[in-house]
Design a protein around this ligand. Structure first.
Ligand code: NAD
Length: 257
């Protein structure tokens, strides 16, 4: 029996077949889950095409996390496909160009606000929108790049990730009494569309090659996808408000001899 047999999941953030969410949806289906995807605007057609590469083509609902209309309509749209949800994967991040790439001292507030809204605040918006459908024992999972340290070029996206990590802890506090968990997977750098927005991605790759004791492959989203699936399963029943590092051990070790 698969890890997610009988589970119904909403997976956001499938854009390309490189997307972390694509691989999380694939592993979730392989483990027995019924998956509904979300996408928005001009990306919708792309997501629908990519969805056909999954083991079973899932439905794709419209959800822009900055749209109050989309958030309000979420339960209704999900219910067209499944009768409830056991888990939600938030695999969403965005920052305007001025907020990354070395402009930390001069980024205007409007651009910082956009990064914070889409990359951190939306974690709560999404969980609250999905709450009427969520069952006891349910799980919400998000994705970060370890926000305890300052990275090259990551700038206000790093600040937004710190906010996301904190948001997850507050969500864990408020959803715990309903039997719902909230956890974050801190992935190492992966070559996705979002990563293309980081101008010095090569520097991340080099850092991980020199430090991660298990090594790290920027082209392999599978370990990150598996961690998301594990946290969405029943196998972490007493774990909430925490961060699971999927980074080849990078965060624990200062260097290799
Ligand atoms: P990706 O570009 O494939 O996915 C990002 C997704 O965010 C896209 O599907 C996009 O449609 C969605 N999105 C952006 N604005 C949105 C909005 N307003 N409403 C709804 N969706 C919106 O890239 P990815 O690397 O798979 O990113 C997924 C998550 O993983 C992000 O939170 C990212 O920050 C995080 N992460 C990525 C890396 C990496 O190196 N790629 C490392 C650690 C964490």
């Amino acid at each position: 029996m698969g890890l997610l047999e009988g589970k119904k999941l909403l997976v956001t953030g499938v854009l390309m077949d490189t997307s972390i969410a694509f691989h999380a949806a694939r592993v979730a289906q392989e483990e027995g889950a019924e998956v509904v995807l979300s996408s928005f605007g001009r990306q919708m057609k792309l997501t629908q095409a990519i969805a056909r590469r999954l083991p079973k083509t899932p439905p794709v609902i419209q959800l822009d996390v900055t749209s109050t209309e989309d958030l309000a309509a979420l339960p209704e749209r999900v219910k067209e496909h499944v009768d409830g949800l056991d888990g939600v994967l938030h695999s969403i991040g965005f920052a305007p160009q001025s907020a990354m790439g070395g402009n930390f001292l001069s980024t205007p507030w409007e651009d910082v606000a956009t990064a914070l809204q889409i990359s951190a605040y939306s974690y709560t918006s999404l969980a609250v929108a999905a709450l009427p459908l969520m069952k006891e024992g349910g799980s919400v999972v998000g994705l970060t790049l370890d926000a305890r340290i300052a990275w090259p070029a990551y700038d206000w996206m790093g600040v937004a990730k710190a906010a996301l990590e904190s948001t997850s802890r507050y969500l864990a506090r408020d959803l715990g009494p309903k039997g719902i968990r909230s956890n974050i997977v801190a992935a190492g750098p992966l070559r996705t569309t979002a990563a293309k927005a980081i101008p010095t991605f090569e520097a991340f790759d080099e850092l991980f090659q020199t430090r991660a004791p298990l090594g790290w492959d920027v082209r392999n989203p599978e370990p990150t996808a598996k961690a998301c699936v594990a946290l969405l399963s029943d196998w972490f029943p007493a774990t909430t408000g925490t961060i699971v590092y999927v980074d080849g051990g990078f965060q624990a070790v200062a260097g290799k001899v």
